[in-house]
Design a protein around this ligand. Structure first.
Ligand SMILES: Nc1ncnc2c1ncn2[C@@H]1O[C@H](COP(=O)(O)OP(=O)(O)OP(=O)(O)O)[C@@H](O)[C@H]1O
Length: 257
């Protein structure tokens, strides 16, 4: 069996996100077993791996939902995320998109974006909140990025599954995250929506760091980014999709022959 890939210590100071030797156990079951990886500023990283590899647990550790038993989880080279709670971590600029869209169906597309903007401002600020030109501009910008400008007045509940996913990504963008964590964004999408989502994430990655967990290899190929394959709670292989998908162990435990 291959030794788990270690984080590069030299990357610590330059990494936006740095995980080293992260261990998580649930009732004796070791979900993460020395997980080490880094995400550079402005980088998009795709994470693949079989069911139970620890991908969701990794996201939970980064966002403060799960505390690791051991290991380093650092943001911007110095902020120890293991000491912060979920709300703090969101404030630091780490946004997470879960697999299922959770938009407000009874609100319009643009009001969903506005609500996301408001939630960033906090309750007190909302008392004095008004649709200032700066806020309108931000909403316009986000709608343009997610290509929903023409549907801005439609009720979110009437959107297709893919459009809802894009809207939710827009709601994250409204909060100006430095790092976006995106969990299986194309599950349940049509092929056309999947292709559009790759274009959208590539556009977003021009100005944000992104970690995307996905099983759809066509989509991962379209992303054209560094790929990390997790297995049994650690990194099994890293590199381009071609390098990772030609790795014998990755073929054995995940992709098949
Ligand atoms: N709260 C929990 N209590 C007990 N076991 C858990 C808990 N959360 C996760 N696990 C176990 O830890 C392992 C890793 O799970 P995780 O959900 O992180 O894998 P994954 O790579 O996201 O899988 P999938 O691709 O199916 O989403 C699994 O065996 C899972 O059953």
């Amino acid at each position: 069996m291959n030794a788990p890939v270690k984080a590069d210590p030299a990357a610590l100071t330059s990494a936006l996100l740095y995980l080293d030797g992260v261990e998580v156990s649930f009732d004796g079951y070791r979900a993460l077993r020395g997980l080490s990886l880094t995400v550079a500023p402005g980088e998009m990283l795709a994470i693949i791996g079989p069911n139970g590899a620890g991908k969701t647990t990794m996201m939970d550790v980064i966002t403060g939902k799960t505390r690791p038993d051991k290991g380093d989880v650092l943001f911007e080279g110095k902020i120890d995320l293991t000491k912060r709670d979920e709300a703090d971590i969101a404030q630091l600029g780490i946004g997470r998109k879960f697999q299922k869209p959770t938009v407000f169906d009874s609100q319009s597309v643009e009001d969903n974006i506005l609500l996301a903007l408001k939630s960033k401002r906090g309750v007190m600020a909302n008392l004095f909140w008004a649709a200032t030109p700066a806020i309108r501009q931000k909403v316009d910008e986000v709608l343009e990025t997610i290509r929903l400008t023409k549907l801005r007045t439609r009720l979110a509940g009437s959107l297709s599954h893919g459009q809802k996913q894009w809207l939710e990504i827009g709601m994250l963008l409204a909060q100006d995250p430095k790092l976006l964590l995106v969990d299986e964004p194309v599950a349940g999408m049509t092929d056309a929506e999947t292709a559009q989502t790759a274009i959208l994430l590539r556009r977003i990655a021009e100005s944000h760091s992104v970690v995307v967990v996905e099983h759809d290899m066509h989509f991962v190929r379209d992303l054209d980014v560094r790929v990390t394959c997790l297995h049994e709670g650690a990194v099994l292989a890293e590199g381009t999709l071609d390098q990772v998908s030609n790795n014998d162990r990755v073929i054995e435990v995940y992709l098949g022959r």
